[in-house]
Design a protein. Structure first.
Length: 164
């Protein structure tokens, strides 16, 4: 009778012991959603970043502002940049021109334009937006052969293509 009472008392403990899973050494696998892969653009060469800019006439293709606003010239050949080996930059802004200087240090790029001619261009012309963008450039990179100028405080980007 004692044995039967002991067996009856141990039976619930055996059931609980068998029902509780043993901890495993393997960690639980969690599947996270796949992140969108964005290919990085090519930074300007670090040996002499200016060499990537010099000797090419760059045509402005447009500006994309961080708020989604897009500014595009009707004729990119009327909005150009040309960098020289001595640190000079020549700008065509529709019917106006300017010259200035640039300083490049790795991806950091600073443009300092001198006086701009004040001819009145045919409307509509994004001259003011183009010149304002150039005044706010703080870095640059190459993206599939295009020159990308990043504007200060991540406010937007200006895209230029090389004259073929």
């Amino acid at each position: 009778m004692k044995e039967l009472v002991l067996a009856a008392a141990l039976l619930p403990l055996l059931v609980l012991a068998c029902a509780t899973p043993e901890p495993t050494a393997e960690p639980t696998k969690v599947v996270l959603p796949t992140a969108m892969v964005v290919e990085a653009s090519t930074p300007l060469p670090t040996a002499d970043p200016a060499q990537a800019l010099v000797g090419t006439l760059w045509l402005w293709q447009g500006t994309l502002m961080s708020d989604g606003t897009e500014i595009e010239p009707q004729d990119p050949t009327r909005f150009t940049l040309a960098f020289d080996e001595e640190g000079g930059v020549n700008v065509v802004a529709d019917c106006n021109v300017a010259a200035g200087e640039y300083v490049i240090d790795g991806p950091a790029l600073e443009l300092e334009l001198g006086p701009v001619t004040l001819a009145e261009c045919e409307e509509p012309s994004p001259v003011a937006e183009y010149l304002e963008g150039l005044a706010n450039v703080d870095s640059s990179m190459l993206d599939d052969g295009d020159l990308i100028l990043m504007l200060a405080v991540d406010s937007g980007t200006m895209r230029f293509s090389a004259v073929p």
